[in-house]
Write a protein that binds this ligand. Structure first.
Ligand code: HEC
Length: 108
């Protein structure tokens, strides 16, 4: 995110994500899910792309990159069914883990 401040094309800069030390137990569980299932393709703390777009501030922007509203329905759909080059990950987590993951994504 620091690097983003000096680059163009990042959109309006957002305040930092919620500090890890302040995550609730559910958000921390979601972070574990993120680290094991998502982090190889997505940065949590940057807008920069890895294999997929950076997810920093995902819910604090109004729209996802394809123009869909940034809400739980759309994000859940992407996680469960995949999109473009992103594989479907619905089989890799149960509903509790999915809810925790969404809670964590809201802290970014
Ligand atoms: C194998 C790499 C890979 C993994 C693993 C992966 N993704 Fe993705 N993801 C992508 C790619 C590539 C895209 C862009 C898809 C497109 O629009 O064509 C994407 C797009 C997204 C988007 C849409 C972002 C936007 O602004 O449009 C979200 C949200 C997302 N991924 C969340 C997740 C989450 C949460 C996980 C973990 C459960 C995850 N992804 C795991 C590759 C991955």
């Amino acid at each position: 995110m620091a690097a983003c401040l000096f680059l163009t094309g990042c959109g309006p800069s957002l305040p930092p994500s919620k500090p890890l030390s302040q995550l609730t137990p559910q958000e921390s569980e979601g972070r574990q899910v993120f680290v094991s299932r998502c982090a190889r393709c997505h940065y949590a703390n940057s807008d920069s792309a890895l294999h997929g777009p950076g997810l920093f501030g995902i819910y604090r922007r109004k729209y996802l990159r394809n123009g869909a509203p940034a809400n739980d329905d759309r994000v859940t759909d992407i996680i469960l069914h995949g999109r473009g080059m992103m594989p479907s990950l619905g089989d890799s987590m149960d509903d509790e883990q999915l809810q925790a993951l969404l809670a964590y994504l809201h802290t970014l």
